[in-house]
Design a protein around this ligand. Structure first.
Ligand code: GDG
Length: 485
């Protein structure tokens, strides 16, 4: 595979096109995927052990672009971000993203079957946008490249590409849970089979946990009748592998940022107002799957049961706006607002509010300062593919103190076994976990955090991506050996 380039496809690019007083500008954006993959892509440039030095990132640029501006955007995207924009009109993107992606797939794959909307038009827009991505990829893809497709927005894409370029190596990684067969089968047969066949167009399909991989294989067996042996399947005579790759973080980015000047300044500023209190941090995108209401109920119960902790502890609740175009997200926002108000109204005094609530994005160094100065992290999703925030909290504990309370329904709980694991549906358990975390002896805190840190350091995001790409190359080699036999 000499001169192979890595082509990455994800719904969004690492930037968004914004209109600034009539002028289009490209603004860098940084979610978990962008930050994680960027660390890997940087490492490629400096590694002597891979022939993958060039990459191109394809995705939607975040807005409709007029024909007259397309070439300009393409040029800046290529030079500043190594990116290739997939142009799709905002209305089509809206039906696709707010429709099938986030009203059908997201709730179903996160075990909220009663939230799922089944609309054939939105399935059509899902197919349509996957086809737009396929067309754009075919403009740049060469047979010697490696294509790595990301996440639930693009599950039909591997097969579409395979039909046009039968031999190109294609990897697919799902960042959210793959649900058990009993949930997956709720999808109309045509959609369920379409999604599985779409995914099986890849050579390697990766999931965060062993369970998700097994659930996927079970659905493939029950719906398509294809059997697997050790995750290996034969699809139209081609070997396809499903496997588990728990995504890590850029450990040193967080660990080193703790001692940076910017973080130091943020920490000082925060300490000015918070030095009298123990602090509990909670950070999520706005999403019903993140279990924020359960968390607040657990915290309320803790305050009710533990008056000795009144005026001594503060919950720092950061909610980052997300998918506000979907009704369910508006509803959950209103419910969170009300509940925070109720708890503060019920327990607060003129010199103490139990919850400090920030609805908005916080800059990176402030986030690290919050992780670093908080005695406890309270992370209680009802379902989460992985949950990187829990890993970032652990990485930001430079002195190895602190306690992570983590839902056993987050993928991360399979690795972070030294966290205080809770079931997010059990408010009583959350309340007790908060008390125990605040009162945990320092030696126990350190022993737990150190073990988690050493694991996160070893299996970081660069290792995650390297393992995935290496296995993809192995699968490809295995296929050619199989063919020559
Ligand atoms: C999906 C899956 C899976 C958040 N708020 C701020 C901020 N963030 C950053 C965090 C973290 C990322 O966003 C969020 O990642 P999560 O993993 O916690 O959650 P999702 O966004 O739902 O991600 C998830 C992930 O994909 C990766 O596969 O783990 O299960 O749902 O990196 O740091 N960053 C800054 N300010 C914020 O306010 N700077």
């Amino acid at each position: 595979m000499a001169d192979a380039r890595l082509i990455i496809a994800s719904n969004r690019l690492p930037f968004t096109v914004v209109d600034s007083n009539g002028r289009l500008e490209l603004k860098a954006s940084a979610g978990g995927l962008v930050t994680g993959l960027s660390a890997y892509l940087d490492s490629l440039q400096h590694s002597a052990f891979t022939n993958l030095v060039e990459y191109v990132w394809l995705g939607w640029p975040g807005a409709s672009i007029d024909d007259e501006h397309k070439d300009g955007i393409k040029e800046v995207a290529a030079t500043r971000f190594n990116a290739y924009p997939v142009f799709v009109q905002e209305e089509t993107m809206e039906a696709f993203y707010h429709g099938f992606c986030n009203k059908t797939i997201w709730p179903l794959f996160h075990y909220f079957p009663s939230y799922v909307v089944y609309e054939s038009e939105s399935w059509e827009s899902y197919r349509e946008v996957n086809q737009y991505f396929c067309d754009a990829i075919m403009e740049v893809l060469r047979p010697s490249d490696i294509l790595w497709i990301h996440d639930y927005h693009l599950m039909l894409l591997p097969r579409m590409i395979r039909q046009s370029m039968p031999d190109v190596p294609i990897g697919f990684f799902l960042h959210i849970p793959f649900p058990s067969f009993e949930l997956f089968r709720l999808l109309p047969k045509k959609w369920a089979a379409g999604i599985l066949e779409g995914l099986l167009g890849a050579d390697l399909i990766g999931f965060h946990t062993h369970d998700y991989t097994q659930y996927f294989l079970r659905s493939v067996l029950r719906i398509l009748g294809i059997e697997a042996n050790m995750g290996q399947m034969f699809v139209d005579g081609r070997m396809v592998q499903a496997d588990t790759f728990p995504m890590g973080i850029d450990f040193h980015r967080f660990n080193d940022a703790v001692v940076s000047k910017e973080t130091e300044m943020e920490r000082e500023r925060l300490k000015n107002t918070l030095s009298d209190f123990k602090t509990i941090i909670s950070v999520d995108r706005l999403d019903y799957s993140k279990g924020v209401l359960n968390r607040l109920e657990g915290f309320e119960l803790f305050l009710k049961d533990n008056p000795q902790w009144h005026k001594k502890v503060v919950l720092l609740l950061v909610i980052v706006p997300s998918r506000i175009g979907v009704d369910r997200y508006q509803t959950i926002k209103t419910q969170i607002d009300q509940m925070v108000g109720n708890i503060n109204g019920r327990f607060g005094t003129f010199n103490w509010m139990p919850i400090i609530y920030k609805y908005g994005h916080v800059p990176f160094h402030q986030l690290v300062a919050l992780y670093n100065m908080s005695d406890v992290a309270l992370i209680t999703p009802l379902r989460d593919g992985m949950n990187l925030v829990s890993k970032e909290y652990v990485a930001s504990r430079k002195d190895a103190t602190g306690v992570l309370i983590l839902s056993e329904l987050a993928g991360a709980s399979k690795e972070l076994v030294e966290a205080v694991l809770i079931n997010p549906n059990d408010r009583g358990e959350i309340a007790i976990a908060i008390k125990n975390a605040l009162e945990m002896p320092l030696e126990e805190q350190k022993s737990r955090i150190e073990k988690m840190q050493s694991r996160l350091k070893k299996y970081d995001v660069v290792k995650w991506a390297t393992d995935f790409i290496d296995e993809l190359k192995d699968v490809k080699e295995g296929q050619s050996r199989f063919r020559t036999r």
